[in-house]
Design a protein around this ligand. Structure first.
Ligand SMILES: Cc1ncc(COP(=O)(O)O)c(C=O)c1O
Length: 461
């Protein structure tokens, strides 16, 4: 007879093996990297924008699980919705009926972009992008997709074709016919469109890599050009959507922008159930699903599952009830202005940018001779090491989790849960100030640690 499965017992008995298990069976480079930078911690509990280690130390999360924890961890309303949907024992995923939750979630999502009509639900950000690329190519009958330099749209083969970072693409060719255009350059876009084979331009209104925003007028100008040439505008709001940048969608910062397709994922999950949504215009969906024979021409086995739909509905409801978008705008404004005020104080600090709770902090070459020689040594080993030097003490000394915003970038990106409060902003700014003081003192542990990073970088070449 089989023993009854008990998750608590399993974790109690084998939870301590977490790093060894990962090293043995999963991507072995992750534990290796975590051991190298001293991030190999054991976290036991989480709530909102905070999590706690085994000794009960509180950590502030400025990463939100790469953005999926828009509402923070374990929001009680989302949690209750998931308990409820499990307890309801629905006849879900029969695949030959129509369940109510997908229609209700689609209706609620579409209310935030009234110019769009229909939704396809999938399971992850990259699937939202794959869907948009397929729909755009089918609807226009053209093969080529344009994307912006430095873009990130996911890592499956289609979305990789519109990835602006060589490091991700190398070794995976051939990809889709694709061409990179500079973010903000309408002239280059027009030139590509004249060739007549372009299905769409896919764009993050604020790029996750480096936190670069499309310049004012670009999205609207691009939309006009695309439509003139019968091509489509795809807004990838996987990271920027659902309030991250202080509006429901980042494309809404500019009047008159009405993308033909919008990709959503991450935060819609409530941090629990992977889900994606590709929103689009009626005519595009009607073309893809043009006959009954084509009813399954684009589908996903787990798409529209009840848990994901319940989580999404709960997330959208909380966003309204708790004015999450307004909080993102207010806390983001506060965080950005307090950090921007430090730019004149610290020569290593070059720029603070972003919108809402998507903030980029860029470091740059210092003026003073002593700091400059250290900076140059780091740059010679590998670009991005100084930003890593800041991320490490932020966690180790101040218990704040952040990330470097992409390979070889001297930029830290802050994307905390949208529910952070003024106390969290104070805590981050104080910790960051202390780390900057340390860096500018030119001595101490921080620069000692840089030697470890340099050694590692050289060994990895
Ligand atoms: C803008 C953007 N698009 C797509 C993706 C891919 O999402 P996923 O990791 O869920 O596949 C990401 C992930 O970071 C993203 O930031």
């Amino acid at each position: 007879m089989s023993k009854e499965f008990d998750l608590g017992t399993l974790l109690a008995e084998r939870g301590a093996e977490r790093y060894e298990l990962h090293a043995k069976y999963l991507n072995h480079q992750l534990p290796k990297m975590l051991h190298t930078i001293g991030f190999d911690k054991v976290y036991e509990r989480a709530e909102g924008a905070h999590f706690w280690d085994a000794d009960g130390n509180d950590h502030l999360d400025m990463l939100a699980g790469f953005g999926v924890m828009g509402l923070g961890r374990h929001h009680p309303v989302v949690r209750k919705a998931l308990h409820d949907v499990l307890d309801a024992s629905l006849a879900d995923l029969t695949r030959f009926d129509c369940q109510p939750l997908p229609g209700l979630l689609a209706e609620r999502l579409l209310a935030h972009s009234p110019h769009l009509d229909r939704v396809f639900f999938g399971n992850s950000g990259t699937e939202a992008v794959e869907t948009a690329l397929k729909f755009a190519r089918y609807a226009t009958g053209r093969p080529r997709v344009l994307y912006c330099a430095h873009a990130f749209h996911g890592l499956t083969t289609g979305s990789l074709s519109v990835n602006g970072e060589d490091g991700f693409r190398e070794g995976f060719a051939p990809l889709l016919p694709d061409t990179a255009v500079p973010l903000g350059d309408l002239g280059v876009l027009a030139k590509e469109l004249k060739k007549g084979d372009v299905a769409a331009l896919i764009v993050e209104p604020i790029q996750g890599k480096g936190v670069h925003e499309a310049p004012p007028g670009y999205l609207r100008g691009a939309q006009e050009l695309l439509h003139k040439h019968k091509a489509l505008l795809i807004a990838d709001e996987v990271q920027t959507g659902l309030g991250r940048t202080g509006d429901f969608y980042a494309y809404q910062h500019e009047d008159g922008v009405e993308p033909d397709l919008v990709c959503v994922a991450k935060a819609l999950s409530g941090g629990y159930v992977p889900v994606s949504a590709t929103l689009g215009k009626d005519w595009i969906f009607k073309k893809v699903y043009s006959s009954m024979d084509r009813v399954l021409v684009h589908s996903a086995s787990f798409g529209s599952n009840a848990q994901a739909m319940a989580a999404g509905l709960a997330v959208l409801s909380v966003m309204e009830d708790e004015q999450v978008v307004a909080n993102s705008r207010a806390m983001g404004g506060l965080l950005k202005s307090r950090l921007a005020a430090l730019v004149d104080r610290y020569e290593l600090l070059a720029d603070v940018r972003g919108r809402g709770l998507m903030v980029g902090i860029e470091f740059g070459r210092p003026k003073s001779l002593k700091l400059r020689s250290r900076w140059t040594m780091l740059q010679a080993a590998r670009k991005g090491l100084f930003a890593q030097m800041v991320v490490v003490p932020l966690l180790q000394k101040h218990r704040i989790l952040t990330q470097v915003s992409g390979d070889h970038l001297e930029v830290i990106k802050l994307i905390p849960p949208l529910v952070i409060d003024e106390g969290d902003v104070d805590r981050f700014v104080e910790a960051f100030t202390a780390v900057m003081d340390d860096a500018h003192s030119g001595s101490g542990l921080m620069w000692d640690f840089s030697k470890t990073l340099v050694k590692q970088a050289v060994a990895n070449r």
